[in-house]
Design a protein around this ligand. Sequence first.
Ligand code: GLU
Length: 375
Amino acid sequence: MRQKCLERLDRIVVKVGSAVLAGKGKLRRRAVERLVADLNTVREAGIDVVLVSSGAVASGFRKMGLAEPPRDVAYKQAAAAIGQPLLMVEYAAAFAKYKTHIGQVLLTAEDLECRPRFLNARHTLGVMLERGVLPIVNENDSVSTDEIKIGDNDHLSALVANLVSADLLVMLTNVDGIYRDGNPTNVLSVIPSGRSPLKHVDHHDKSTTGVGGMATKVEAAMLAGKWGVPTVVANGTRSGIVESIIGGSPKGTFFVPSPRKLSARKRWIAFSLRTAGRIIIDRGAARAVGAHGSSLLPSGIADVDGNFARGTQVQIVDHEGKVVARGLTTYSAAEIEQIRGRRTKDIESILGYTYGDEVVHRSDLVLLDDPNESA
Ligand code: GLU
């Protein structure tokens, strides 16, 4: 399976963590150069590379006179603002040896939730790749707040893999892969599709330099897998690791993706947007929506949960609490409250207007077949 997934790669996203790039509040030039040499070989093989790089906070905090990475959000944001250009200068110098230009792309979750901005970012990255420029993405830390931040670069890398329709996501860390039962001599080599190894993962296993631990990597790999992108988690401190992975070496932990392919728009609906509320449907509607992907009509709606506006993303939940689908709602929660259980031809007389028969139109609906997902 691994070999089959890696057979034809046109475009990959490589995510590198601070633990690989920096130590004791300083970027390690050798580590940057090693990674850049590796990525250059991949590019020479005709594969587009998008790099998602952490390391801004780790390279900036000492310049603020701090001995340890800050915990306070404003301090972290300031450290990122100081460290980000230092990081880019290192990358620019290292890539210049290969006559490769780089471009900086800073993103927040809000950017990727807003369809026009998502498309803009997609086009920008597309043009950079077309012109042979290597995009380097990081979270826009200095403007992120808890509300709008993506949270960690592992998650961001999965969103970027979707954004650029990558064929593979490689997450580089400072260990050899995902360990079984926290035992470093026992690296899991393949994780079957949709099967989270999280029960084997130590959630507290956070590297001191980086933000995420293994848990965030597993979650990001599972997310990428849902929209058909395979992920390899591997050791970025080893030279030539990305080249050897794409060459078929069984290094690291390979996450088999879902065989289901969704359009980029449907992936955006299901996975880039935050859920604003829930629509609870009856058995008949669960059959129609779940089995046939039919549009959701008011008659099949039993209840509504949350206070959402029209056009936002909602979960569609069956009577047992299982999330059957996600979709963009044509009606607000307040409107659905009034028309639920009623016939479509009554919508106009109840509300005094209508946006159409469907509460969630089938073209805005994405079925979820993950049995582990709950509301
Ligand atoms: N954006 C942060 C940085 O560059 C790191 C976030 C992460 O490592 O997940 O410092």
